[in-house]
Design a protein around this ligand. Sequence first.
Ligand code: SF4
Length: 300
Amino acid sequence: MDKNRLLDALAQVLENYRRCGVSQVARGSLPESAQLALERLASLSPAELSPAENASPADYSASAEGIVRGPSAESSIRAQVTADAVASGSFAAAAQQTANEQPGKWTLPVLEIAERVQQMEGLDRQIRDCRRCENIVQFRQRTVFGEGKLEPKICFMGEAPGADEDRQGRPFVGKAGQLLTKIIAAMKLTREEVYILNALKCRPPQNRTPVPEEIENCRNFVESQLEVLKPQFIVCLGAVAVRSILQSNLSIGRLRGRFHNYRGARVVVTYHPSYLLRNESAKRLVWEDMKMLMREAGLD
Ligand code: SF4
């Protein structure tokens, strides 16, 4: 694994801890892959690191808590992890100061199916009444809640409704949706066996990319839906879905090809079907990601 992938993997581990409110973790409690990555990083010589990464640990002297809660958490974590690993061959400041809790826990109990129906209906009503995104609501025809199995193994999460979805009130029913349906079928599943939702429940005008504030506005709804559904796996289709639940700005290329954590679910990051409509060659990469998911989910 190259250095950048190691840094990304470690940054993601720390980010997941941070998102769970964990500010300290013992090195021995880290996932095995993170421990291996640390050992590999520690074996790199300073010359193998870029100047920015090769700063003295004193430059990153804030505690792990300060770092993960700092304004530029991602770059700081990367720098801290590198500096610590190189300086001491350990996760010293960043890891040993960072908790004993495990990331990845749902916060609500598992609900019976009737309770799930009730909760989802309540959320749907809240969403239909929601007017938080003032630059969107005046243009929407319908809200698009999501649909599928209420006890799904896998959730597919996209960006926001498009014109077709806005008209019909259903997710992924346009051209990109038809491609997603084919991808799901290639996994030997049907749409009814998974759950499909979007990071935004309303269509941004002219299908523009949602701004961060809008993603933030709608995140509570997404998190509530996922808490009710408690999928084992979530597929993030594109950068907006990534931003919504992983709260990361890293590119899809950097994040795909491995599993991430969101509360009790394992997360696969891949390209949005609408991107595939414009970039045929990326289909192969998405299929690689789906095969990785299928192996792990026992679907192959
Ligand atoms: S996108 Fe989400 S937060 Fe924004 S108005 Fe629609 S339902 Fe509300």
